[in-house]
Design a protein around this ligand. Sequence first.
Ligand code: GAR
Length: 203
Amino acid sequence: MAPFTLAVLVSGRGSNLQAIIDSIEKKDLPAEIGLVVSNVKDAYALERAQKQGIESIFMDPKSYPDRNSYEQALVERIQAKSVNLICLAGFMRVLGKHFIETFSGRIINIHPSLLPAFPGLNVQKRALEHGARFSGCTVHYVNEEVDGGPIILQTVVPIYDNDDEASLSERILEQEHIAYPEAIRLIIEGRLTLSGRRVLHGK
Ligand code: GAR
């Protein structure tokens, strides 16, 4: 059987990429990573991929005349690898209509809040400042609405009185590393069906 191939898009530290790599190594995830792409040159995620012998590239948005041509180049790199699923793992760049339509239903993202609460940036800080008593992480399909696609998995974490942004981020991140590989596994196993906005998990 052809392997289930992932492309992972990153911008930074790459701890979620590492969690996916580790799950594959442990044989918890029947997949391979065909390509890692970063839009940031010195992203540590690129080093993690290289250590693992995974093809990884930095694609600089500034070396393309506009967003469409950048995304077209991204589409071509990903298509060349016969990718089944694109995982955004700390990819801090909003993707446009063409990219999303090309890979419709095959792009997922992880976000460090319980969506639809706190989409966008600085979300752990915003959850604290808002006085939320719980936050968490969400794995969702990507559509054209930023952080607004159908929700696949969520994990709740408590917020304590003595939390700061760093301690809350760390508590959420621990759960991200469990939730992201788990969501990918559900997709590989063909367990998910879409019913309107809802993602049903089946048996
Ligand atoms: C993670 O917390 C991820 O949820 C978040 O960036 C961090 C990346 O960490 N993503 C977003 O905020 C996307 N909107 P990592 O590079 O160590 O995986």
